[in-house]
Design a protein around this ligand. Sequence first.
Ligand SMILES: Cc1cc2nc3c(=O)[nH]c(=O)nc-3n(C[C@H](O)[C@H](O)[C@H](O)COP(=O)(O)OP(=O)(O)OC[C@H]3O[C@@H](n4cnc5c(N)ncnc54)[C@H](O)[C@@H]3O)c2cc1C
Length: 194
Amino acid sequence: MTVELLAISPEAEKIIEQAGRTCYMSFERIGANSASEFIQRLIKMGHDSPLEHACATFRIKGCSRAMTHQLVRHRLMSVSQQSQRYVSEEQFSYVVPEKIPQQYLEDYHNDMRTIQAMYVKWQERGLKREDARFVLPNACCSEIVVTANFREWRHIIKLRASKKAQWEIRNFANTVLEILKEKAPACFSDLSPE
Ligand SMILES: Cc1cc2nc3c(=O)[nH]c(=O)nc-3n(C[C@H](O)[C@H](O)[C@H](O)COP(=O)(O)OP(=O)(O)OC[C@H]3O[C@@H](n4cnc5c(N)ncnc54)[C@H](O)[C@@H]3O)c2cc1C
C-alpha cells in the first residue's frame, strides 16, 4: 500500500489559531510561535471544532477492498474510489494477508488466479462488469482519494491506529499520522500508534 499526501491546508495551524481565537477575541496574543501552544490547549480542553478549519487529502494505492470498506465508514470524510463498474478487474492485483503461512502462499495465489478466471468467465457469458464483479474477493486492490478535516483525521487515527483495528487499516492510519505529525505537529503530536 502507498499513502500519498495530495493536499493539505496551507498554514493549517495559523488558520486553526485564527478560528479558535475568535471564540475568545484574543487576537492580540497571536505571535510567531503562538499557534502551537494555543492548539495544544484547545485539544486538552476538548475544544476540537477549530481543528475543522484545516483539511488533508490522501491518495491510497494498493490497498484491499476489505480495507477501503472499513475506511469509507467514516462519514465525515469525502471519498472518490476506483469503480468496479467502469474499470475492468480482469488483471486485478490483490493484497496478501501478512499472516498467511509461507507454505500456503502458493495456494493463495492459485485461488486468486481461479477468481480472475471466474471473473472473465462470467463476462464471456454476457455479464457486465457491474455483475461479473460479484465474484471478486475482498483482497482485490483498490485506489481511493480521501479528504477530511483535522478533527476527523484525529478521530480516524484514534480508532484505526488502535491495536483493536485490523492490520491493514492500522498501517494506513499510522502512515497518515506520521505525515500529519510532520506537517502539523501541534494538531497531531499527542497521538501515537498503539
Ligand atoms: C475496531 C473496530 C471494529 C469495528 N467493527 C465493526 C463491525 O463489526 N461492524 C460494523 O458495522 N462496524 C464496525 N466498525 C465501524 C464503526 O462502528 C464505525 O462505523 C466506524 O469506525 C466509523 O466511526 P464513527 O461512526 O465514529 O465515525 P465517523 O463516521 O467518522 O463520524 C465521526 C463522528 O461524527 C459523529 N457522527 C457521525 N455521524 C453521526 C450520526 N449519524 N449520528 C450521530 N453522530 C454522528 C460521531 O460522533 C462520530 O464518532 C468497527 C470499527 C472499529 C474501529
